[in-house]
Design a binder for this molecule. Structure first.
Ligand code: NAD
Length: 370
């Protein structure tokens, strides 16, 4: 029997603790009903950590993050922290975790559950059954490139500078993740850049092509310009399987793909780093949404994004595809049975609270497992 997996749970602020509580319910279900076991440690992060320790993440919690098999992160931030200086803002905790854990690959699936297909802004026949993965490079590119800044010119006007930089190593390591993901899916990779107008884009295209020819030519690789990809995502999104792209283009394209699926409350994500000597990848799983201060404490938060983030953890950190599929199926069933939190509510359906949604997902897990 394998040893329990060490999970660091960081619920954070706002609705973070509310959606994490329901995820905990699902984790307990797996603890009780399967041979997958977890050792969970829960810690403060973001504003909650600032309130107690005057820092959004303590060194002790960072140490635990570095030693965990995987991290489950809720959300951080809120209006009460808006006036804090940049270095202690709640969001700094997430940036520090991403940086210190070297989380260079951001995975955002866009899945349309059949029961919610009519909630998309696109026609139902375009999005029905959609299941694509946007893989965004997270630690390089124009958000980090040097030189950067705002400088004063001799005529008194100013110039703002940011630099798009990518190296072979940065492109290949995220490319490998993309090909590996595709090999467990439909085997199709679209590599997206602007090689027509940017040298860094040309290098991206060439390195992706070399990597493909060296190791992954049993899969299918297409190169696509980012502007065309944006158009194709709203015209015919089901042509895609895995899209691998830069930090900047991934930021934009993942938001487009999110809009295809309906609600922020349904969208999970994963951020992955390098493998360590024990063959474990540093990894952090979190919903795409923020701390939603407008609905905290009202029981309106949709816990599905957080629960699906846990399913991603099972799949990508713990190699438990069967269990991850079980969660996806249970979520599909509650939606099919007409249960809806406020954000995805449609007339004729049953409005449920955060807690009830978590409870019903566990009931469906019971039903599928027996
Ligand atoms: P948000 O994602 O928190 O909320 C946007 C809208 O979506 C709100 O109306 C909210 O009620 C709704 N919403 C979000 N998640 C939901 C859920 N699970 N169920 C139902 N409705 C949901 O974004 P925002 O309002 O721009 O930001 C609020 C705070 O969160 C800010 O302090 C911001 O900095 C922070 N934030 C944190 C993260 C993170 O922790 N990763 C990400 C984004 C924003």
């Amino acid at each position: 029997m394998s040893a329990n997996k060490k999970i660091l749970m960081l619920p954070g602020d706002g609705i973070g603790p509310e959606v994490m509580q329901q995820t905990n319910r699902v984790i307990n279900w797996f603890d009780k009903n399967t041979e997958v076991g977890f050792d969970i440690e829960e810690e403060l992060v973001g504003g909650a950590s600032y309130d107690k320790y005057n820092t959004p993440i303590t060194d002790e919690v960072m140490e635990k993050a570095l030693n965990a098999d995987a991290i489950l992160f809720g959300a951080v931030g809120g209006p009460e922290y808006d006036d804090l200086s940049f270095d202690v803002k709640p969001e700094r905790a997430l940036l520090k975790l991403r940086k210190d854990l070297g989380l260079f690959a951001n995975l955002r699936p866009a899945i349309v559950f059949n029961a919610l297909a009519d909630a998309s802004s696109l026609k139902i026949e375009i999005v029905r059954g959609l299941d694509i993965m946007i893989l965004r490079e997270l630690t390089g590119g124009i958000y980090f490139g040097e030189p950067r800044g705002i400088e004063k010119l001799s005529d008194g006007t100013r110039r703002g500078i940011n630099t798009e930089v990518y190296s072979t190593k940065e492109i290949r390591r995220v490319g490998e993740v993309g090909f590996e993901l595709a090999s467990k899916r439909k085997g199709i990779v679209h590599s997206v850049e602007k090689a027509n107008v940017m040298e860094s884009g040309l290098l991206w295209r060439e390195e992706m092509q070399y990597l493909y020819e060296e190791k992954f030519d049993h899969l299918k690789l297409s190169h696509m310009y980012a502007d065309n990809c944006a158009m194709q995502l709203v015209k015919d999104p089901r042509q895609f399987d895995v899209i691998v792209t830069t930090n900047l283009f991934g930021d934009l394209l993942s938001d487009i793909s999110a809009a295809l699926t309906g609600s922020l409350g349904m969208l999970p994500s994963a951020s992955l780093g390098e493998y360590n000597k024990q063959g474990i990848r540093k990894s952090l799983y979190e919903p795409v949404h923020g701390s939603a201060p407008d609905i905290r404490g009202t029981g309106k938060a949709n816990p599905i994004a957080m629960i699906l983030s846990f399913a991603m953890m099972l799949r990508y950190s713990l190699d438990r595809n069967k269990e991850a599929d079980l969660i996806k199926k249970a979520v599909g069933l509650v939606l099919k049975d007409g249960l809806r939190t406020a954000d995805i509510f449609q007339s004729g359906k049953t409005l449920v609270s955060t807690e009830k949604m978590g409870e019903e997902i566990c009931n469906r897990l019971d039903r599928i497992a027996n």
